[in-house]
Design a protein around this ligand. Sequence first.
Ligand code: NDP
Ligand code: MN
Length: 377
Amino acid sequence: MLNSLLCYLPTKIYMGENILDKLKEFKEYGKNAFLVTGKTFVLKSGLLQKIEGLLHEEGMETHRFCEVEPNPSVETVEKGARVCRDAGCDCIVAIGGGSPLDAAKGIAVLSRNEGGLRDYFGVEKFRNEPLPIIAIPTTAGTGSEVTRYAVITDWQARTKKVVNSYRILPKIAILDSVLTLEMPPSLTAFTGMDAFSHALESYLSIHSNEFTSMLSIDAMKIIIDNLPQVMKKPGNLDLRRNMLFASMVAGITINRTGTIIVHGMGYALTLNYRLLHGESNALLLPVVIKHLSGGYREKLKKLKKIFDDDIWNIILGLNKKTGIPKNLESAGIKKEELEELAQRAMIDCERSLKNIPVKMDVEDFRKIFKQAFYGRY
Ligand code: NDP
Ligand code: MN
């Protein structure tokens, strides 16, 4: 823990209700903003039009790119970068869930660097400073507004790849809890469990330190207290605010530590079986932690003391209260697909296997997927 970087976060974070006017600060960064969004929510809700109005009031020009799909692809990012360059944009406003936020980071890099996105997967691979980004999350889960990761799907390689650089961190993040009020129950549950997964995986990463661990524990506490409640009272702004806050805090933790194998194992479930990102994590999390428990005796003991129960029981309780399927079988996975999932995990966990203190092989992944399939914990 000594001699280690505790935290690096050059993002200015605003949090509150109805605070979109903070956007006006962005005129310091450019004159012609590229607005990167998903396909439906921001348009239907009128949020995009509102943001355009605010930027126009400041004399800024805007261009829309409303084409980002969930789990954004290399092709979408590359198309966005072409449109952004052609429009002569000099800054980016990213609005939506983790998908548009991540796509915006990729677009920011490609707008200032030649070649394709695949040239820039990995750590600090590009030369020129990306376009400045302002990030406005509308889900409370990924924490992408404060992470140095752009998670992009490479369908050629059938996996997710990451552009990883502190230089793609947004200059400003605006966390306005009002924007998360309309999330439907399943999205609230999945994104909330994604944030929980970040906090716990960060805590268990070998790169965690006293600063990130403290934040992880607090983020988990907030989610345990607020997520089941917000399922019952979706219109409660305080609960929404607490979830958005916790997801941002959990994002700060993974920004330093990375995630462990839960995220990597979930890639194939999202890309090949259409489970949503947070749903995959929630289903795998308790089984993975239990499987790895031998390597984490001290940390798990500490968590048990804090939460008054084994952490996998806490997760199972949260899954139940939020309506997450009880096992992979009820989430629609077939038994004959488990072998392929275990094989894929060996590839998809290449990065995250370096973050755990335990060695794993394909047999370990087979066991975990089998247990998650039947829901045997
Ligand atoms: P997405 O951004 O994929 O959005 C999922 C769906 O939610 C979309 O259909 C979107 O609509 C809709 N939506 C967004 N906001 C609202 C709202 N307020 N009300 C109603 N519907 C809404 O979801 P996530 O936020 O879970 O992001 C997941 C992605 O983030 C994955 O690709 C994952 O890999 C990545 N990720 C990135 C991390 C990072 O550090 N960068 C960390 C963890 C995950 P629409 O159709 O309009 O788009
Ligand atoms: Mn995640």
